[in-house]
Design a protein around this ligand. Structure first.
Ligand SMILES: [Zn+2]
Length: 268
């Protein structure tokens, strides 16, 4: 393979890895924010349930005190009945007693309804307490993960950046290399990748066919000084002769292995 192209294959693997590492770095605080929002929601639900419970307790105390007042009033009215002289007076007192008794019955119904609501809010409180515990633990885990990803990826990025700078300098050392590098930079800026592996007469990036003559040039030995581009997407094409070796290579495998430069053995 053309030496510049061989270097660019490694450069592309580095660039893709840098992109992945930076993507994870950007994603980490977003994941923490999502976990924070979930915990905030659980906290809000718990506070709302507690507030509703307090409100019902206050309401029931006031209902109970109202009932006690009305019972006292009935007792007083009954005493007045003992000293009442006219039928009109007795009628009026009886009417007032009946009215107070109805009020007590209504208050007791309301008290029962409040107790039912309390039961519901107690359930909501238990659910929210559980949710708060779980989201608190999830947030802690997400924060720990973010710290770990930040440290790990920053270190990895630093290492790759150093290798990448040296590799780019090495490629740019010749005129042909400099031209290839500038094509790579231009195409990868526009399309995300500047190189594409040619597999089975096709550009593996855009899936368009490579013309037979171009395929022969690409896979032959007479054109090692040239770099061919895909006529459809403009990416520089590379062809791995090891694909002719026994065993199969999945598309992109050459790129993946280029990330960890080591002697490659064709699959047996
Ligand atoms: Zn293409």
């Amino acid at each position: 393979m053309n030496a510049n192209l061989e270097h660019l294959v490694v450069l592309q693997a580095q660039d893709l890895e840098l992109k992945r590492l930076r993507g994870e770095l950007a994603e980490a605080p977003r994941r923490v924010a999502i976990a924070e929002a979930a915990r905030g929601k659980a906290e809000f639900s718990l506070a709302a349930a507690k507030q509703a419970l307090t409100k019902e307790e206050v309401l029931r105390r006031s209902q109970e005190s109202d009932v006690a007042d009305k019972r006292g009033k009935i007792a007083r009215l009954r005493k007045q009945m003992d000293s009442a002289t006219s039928a009109t007076q007795i009628n009026a007192l009886e009417h007032e007693i009946k009215f107070s008794e109805e009020s007590i019955s209504k208050l007791e119904d309301e008290e029962l309804a409040s107790m039912e609501r309390t039961e519901r809010f107690e359930t909501e409180k238990a659910v929210a307490t559980d949710a708060l515990e779980k989201t608190t633990a999830a947030l802690e885990a997400e924060r720990a993960r973010a710290a770990e990803v930040t440290q790990r990826n920053n270190a990895a990025i630093k290492g790759i950046e150093t290798e990448r700078a040296a590799l780019r300098a090495q490629i740019a050392a010749t005129d042909a290399g400099e031209r290839a590098l500038s094509t790579y930079d231009r195409v990868s800026k526009a399309k995300g990748t500047g190189l594409s592996e040619a597999v089975d007469h096709k550009c593996s990036a855009c899936q368009m066919m490579v013309r037979p003559q171009r395929w022969n040039d690409l896979t032959g030995r007479e054109h090692d000084h040239e770099i061919f581009t895909c006529e459809t997407c403009g990416r520089m094409l590379f062809w791995d002769p090891r694909r002719d070796a026994p065993g199969s290579w999945a598309a992109g495998e050459r790129l993946a292995t280029a990330t960890h430069p080591k002697p490659l053995e064709p699959h047996a």
